[in-house]
Design a protein around this ligand. Structure first.
Ligand code: NAD
Length: 376
């Protein structure tokens, strides 16, 4: 197999494979073409890639010669035509949300894998880019909140008096939320948490957070560990409870998401107006509309003294470790499609390969994507 590693675009600073992971591919007899400068923003030089057996080539050569194209971000508008129908495209392109791109790939007949849809099974844990990147986001969200907050996170007892610890409210206790709880606690804040999945209560408590219970949440085991849409009655009850806690919080970290849908609205404008001036909201769900009504993706908004930061790509602020984790996940996944002597083997008998495949031979393979496209 000839694997082509593309340089990312825009504000993305990560790279899908660092040299250390490229070495694992060359050891498997995969030929790796690296676009010139691909690792620059993650502090990996072209010479580091060459040292582990990769060839540095131009972008057009990667598109012309690779059998498998690898990039973190979805293809840029102008790159879609460059992908040949016979090539395999691997990235994280949010197909439950970006159905237009899925239809484009479907029409072209390209084989595509979207790593954000790796099934959530124990065998697939080491390939789960969502978990890896959510870990970075949860950590960074807290650090950014702590640096923007006009008060401290920990309690300080000083000769100049006692400083009270910050109150942090975390919405959603998935991977990012749990990391945000752990980081907030390490910095000494008091943490309260909302989620609609009761299964997370013990994890929240074991990390030192207080789980705020609202009765009547809808849960669905078939959703693969994800949250589902809630009833109107529950939403009203939950809203009241969130408004009350938010009014007493200095920081709100929003992480609540529902795959394939807009993020649930949990902090309406009135709730922001009920918060103390100087408070900070970090909205990690910004790219799918945000949990806060006033969130703007990739922007900072200040409303009546409350700072609302819409940030959906914190991993790009930690490019070395984020690339390291992403690359390890890619390697673990790609081992499933690499046969002897490094040959490409699309083994759709494997549930992880089939579940992560979005389009192949003009068909949609992933069942969730198929149903989203059929109902749109
Ligand atoms: P996510 O990013 O889809 O959502 C974040 C959190 O928001 C979830 O905990 C969800 O329940 C919560 N949420 C959604 N709507 C909400 C609402 N209205 N109010 C409050 N909270 C709401 O989730 P995620 O972090 O990617 O993962 C969710 C879970 O999947 C994990 O906690 C874990 O149990 C499971 N998981 C399994 C594997 C695996 O087995 N390979 C890997 C990763 C995650």
């Amino acid at each position: 197999m000839i694997l082509g590693l593309l340089k990312e675009y825009g504000t993305e600073t990560r790279v899908a494979l660092l040299p250390e992971t490229v070495k694992a591919f060359t050891d498997l007899k995969v030929q790796v073409l690296v676009e010139q400068g691909a690792g620059e923003t993650a502090y990996a030089a072209d010479s580091d890639y060459e040292a582990v057996g990769a060839s540095i080539v131009s972008r057009s050569d990667v598109f012309a010669k690779a059998e498998v194209l690898l990039q973190i971000q979805p293809p840029a508008e102008g790159d879609i035509q460059k992908i040949k129908d016979s090539q395999v495209w691997i990235s994280a392109f949010n197909p439950l949300w970006d159905t237009k791109l899925v239809k484009t790939f479907l029409d072209k007949g390209t084989t595509t894998f979207s790593l954000d849809l790796i099934p959530r099974t124990s065998r697939a844990q080491a390939m789960d880019i969502l978990s890896s990147m959510a870990t970075v986001s949860g950590y960074m969200a807290v650090l950014e909140a702590a640096s923007k907050l006009p008060t401290f996170f920990p309690m300080f007892m000083t000769a100049a008096g006692t400083i009270r610890p910050a109150n942090v409210l975390i919405l959603g206790a998935g991977v990012a939320g749990l990391q945000a709880i752990a980081t907030s606690r390490k910095l000494g804040a008091q943490v309260q948490v909302f989620d609609v999945r009761s299964a997370v209560k013990e994890e929240v408590m074991s990390l030192g957070g207080k789980f705020v219970e609202v009765e009547g949440a809808t849960e669905d085991k078939a959703a693969g560990g994800y949250a589902v849409e809630q009833t109107e009655e529950f939403k009203k009850k939950q809203q009241q409870a969130i408004n009350d806690v938010a009014a007493k919080s200095n920081v709100v970290i929003c992480t609540a998401q529902i795959p394939g849908r807009e993020a649930p609205l949990l902090i309406p404008k009135e709730a922001v107006e009920g918060m103390k001036p100087g408070s900070v909201i970090i909205d990690l769900a910004a790219s799918t509309g945000g949990n806060c009504e006033l969130t703007k993706d990739n922007e900072t908004v200040v409303h009546k003294g409350v700072t609302i930061i819409g940030q959906s790509n914190y991993p790009a602020q930690k490019p070395m470790d984020a690339s390291r984790m992403f690359g390890k996940n890619v390697l673990n996944f790609m081992k499933l499609i690499i046969a002897e002597e490094g040959a490409l083997n699309l083994n759709f008998e494997d549930d992880i390969v089939k579940g992560t495949c979005i389009t192949h031979a003009k068909e949609i393979y992933n069942e969730r994507v198929k149903s989203v496209i059929e109902t749109k």
